[in-house]
Design a protein around this ligand. Structure first.
Ligand code: ADP
Length: 182
């Protein structure tokens, strides 16, 4: 069985050639700024039409649509990250749940590759040093619990600082008890 590759890349998530790209959406699922705006612009108005049928999404959960005008992907998975400081200490669990639910949905829809943005670290204010560790821990736990279910999980960092922060977190988290990369 080929192990799942976990890759940090720098770029624009709308251009990643993967089965599913993840959107850091808000609870309405009706579009917003940041990565949400970029995904809706790239996917075209049919994405909003499909999102209107979903009746929103709660924080920490995820819903799936087609990718519409984003031709190199099949699906968009819309997840709603926590707003930092607004969930009475539940932020870390909610953020981890965004990653876990998105991965679960991807596998349930036959996706073998998925790309995440840095959920909650833009308008929602989560410090990227903390968010990156939560993200990579949730991804590691899913991959270990579901061996062979995915070929590739990417995190797409939009800035050089985010890229370096996620690389650092990856080095810390993907190390086994013997000190080897796992
Ligand atoms: P949130 O509301 O969950 O904080 P944002 O969209 O405001 O979501 O920000 C999440 C992250 O997505 C930020 O690091 C932001 O720089 C990044 N981002 C914005 N546009 C893109 C894009 N096209 N591709 C990848 N990441 C993006």
């Amino acid at each position: 069985m080929t192990p799942t590759e976990i890759r940090i890349v720098r770029g624009n998530i709308t251009e990643r050639p993967v089965d599913a790209i993840v959107n850091a959406a808000n609870r309405t699922l009706l579009g917003g700024g940041g990565v949400d705006g970029a995904i809706h612009r790239a996917a075209g108005p049919e994405l909003l039409v499909e999102c209107r049928t979903l009746a929103g999404c709660e924080t920490g959960h995820a819903k799936i649509t087609k990718a519409h005008g984003i031709r190199q992907a099949k699906h968009v998975i819309h997840t709603v990250g926590p707003i930092f400081g607004k969930h009475h200490g539940a932020e870390a669990g909610l953020l981890a749940s965004c990653y876990a639910e998105s991965l679960q949905l991807a596998v349930a829809h036959g996706c073998k590759s998925i790309a995440f943005p840095s959920i909650s670290t833009g308008a929602y204010g989560y410090p990227v040093e903390q968010a990156s560790r939560i993200a990579l821990t949730a991804i590691r736990d899913f991959v270990h619990a579901n061996p062979g279910s995915l070929d590739l999980v990417e995190i797409v960092a939009f800035s050089e600082h985010d890229y370096k922060t996620y690389r650092q977190a990856q080095d810390e988290i993907f190390v086994d008890s013997a000190g080897n990369n796992a």
